[in-house]
Design a protein around this ligand. Sequence first.
Ligand code: ZN
Length: 498
Amino acid sequence: MESLSQLNSLKFWPQSLVGTEQAEFGLVHTPAVPRLAILAATGWPGLEGFDGEASQRAEQTLLIGPTSPRNAAALRAHLEWLRPRLLGLRTSAGLGDRLGLATPGHVRAVRSAGGRIAPIFAQQSIREMTRTERTPQQVMDDALWGVFQEGWRGGFGADADHLKTPADVDACVAAGYTFFTIDPGDHVDNQADSASLFALRAAVEQLPPDVQPRASGLLGCSFQIEGHALTFDEATLFRAAAKYSRAVAHVAAMYRHLRQAAGDRPFELEVSVDETDTPTTPAEHFYFASELRRLGVQWVSLAPRYVGRFEKGVDYISPDGKIGETGAFAADFAIHAAIARQLGPYKLSLHSGSDKFSVYAIAAQATQGLVHLKTAGTSYLEALRAVAAVAPELFREIYAFARERYETDRVSYHVSARLDRAPLPDVVAEADLPALLDQFDSREILHIAFGSVLTARTPAGERRFHTRLMELLRVQSERYAANLEAHFLRHLRPFEPR
Ligand code: ZN
């Protein structure tokens, strides 16, 4: 009997090679798109589930096939560690990947950090899937091939991020996601923050009966939460209800829909209001969680909108605009962590979590490890770092295009970069191009343009950057993985459980 590693004609990703009782599987390392190889006893019926070209070798059949959706599904059926699973309350990190080639680098970062953080390797919001023209299934399958390539057997979750409608839920349930992030942000009324008591009384009159403030049972109640006093006088409760009760009702409806759609398949839930305009006060967090619980929602993590700014791909910015100044955040976050312990326990989730280096230690400590870090866009920036190193003119072209797109693309993101502070593309020397990825303004400009870059078309209808970018990253796969490993090691280390 031969084994795959003895086939001199094929070069494998060494960690992908794995044998089961019936067959041996491996991922073939080619300069272009990788291939799946299977070696099995001739006549093994399992082979029928796979696509590819079969050849006979003595008593065995060798099948070489594409990394297609059908082959991903068949491989998932045979190798249980390729199926996403629940992470529960373990310290966890979501590593989103907009290109579909980042998972190998993500796996290496998780391993290097110590391997105890529960990872999510398939993660994309519906908005980002639309922007990158990918489907929930593609996101899932791309993560699978990366996990397979690197031989990661430690398990991973799959996060259907920022779901807003029942149709979003259905699409992601069908693709096998296990972690669902419900975003009721469109139902949050930010005006409530500055409304008078008179206006709040009028506003709550209009609320649906099941989320009227009186139904919460909180009016007039006081709570001591690890030394922090919360009192629900009329103004506090009505403000919280006016701001969040429609969001609560939306989450409850989405949750019921999800339970029905998932049937007997287990799943876990996150609730996020991180993309709203005004911070979630501790009283509002308490109200929100207490109401979700009253309506029967079960969740593992929650993303309030914290004080200050979590902009894309840059460090934390304090309420008074200072980068990396964490005093106000630490004080506010400590109370949120205490509420999450008391009303759950559930994890606090840090969205737009990339590059928030100054808050990681604070978050890990205050939550005592009940924390989820969510990142996505900077994996794309590390891809651009590989481009800047080996194809400077392509990088310059992408940067010039990102600048053109900035005022349009910034509308749906929290960013404060200014075009007049970002260097002009033509004046940057070739050797200085990578530094554009580290300058605040150019970094944000490059960050949010990913969708425009990946889907831009030439007048002839060809993809303007996508094909070149993907080809380059496949050839430079080791460089890209090394960039990602170094980048995310800095993110994960502060969270690694001791
Ligand atoms: Zn988010």
